[in-house]
Design a protein around this ligand. Sequence first.
Ligand SMILES: Nc1ncnc2c1ncn2[C@@H]1O[C@H](COP(=O)(O)OP(=O)(O)OP(=O)(O)O)[C@@H](O)[C@H]1O
Ligand SMILES: [Mg+2]
Length: 108
Amino acid sequence: MKLIIAFIRPEVLQDVKLKLYAQELYSMSITNVLGAGQQRGYTEAYRGVQTEVNLLKKLRLEIGVPDDQVDKAIAAITEAARSGQAGDGVIFVLDTVRTYRIRTGEPI
Ligand SMILES: Nc1ncnc2c1ncn2[C@@H]1O[C@H](COP(=O)(O)OP(=O)(O)OP(=O)(O)O)[C@@H](O)[C@H]1O
Ligand SMILES: [Mg+2]
């Protein structure tokens, strides 16, 4: 079992979900985050003062998948989340040590 953690633009969520569903991947957790990549940020007026804003609203998507389904999950996320512009996000794939289904206690 691997844990995929992806940071994506909020506006691509629906498309990412549909692409994952098409691969029969339904389980996921999503949180709102603020993030920065290598962009220098932009300036915006806040209470009349020009302020550099470099933390942008992103979504953190976490998906636990069997090892043999990692590649199709990555492909689904990438296809749906890529605009080609800076800020499209990043995908991390982590090894898990142990995973259990709480309802039954069984390893998954
Ligand atoms: N190394 C990282 N660690 C944690 N989060 C990251 C990392 N890189 C990117 N992110 C997340 O992904 C979001 C988008 O960053 P991204 O890397 O796409 O932007 P960029 O560096 O400006 O562009 P690009 O990498 O396409 O040149 C960030 O706002 C952040 O939430
Ligand atoms: Mg980057």
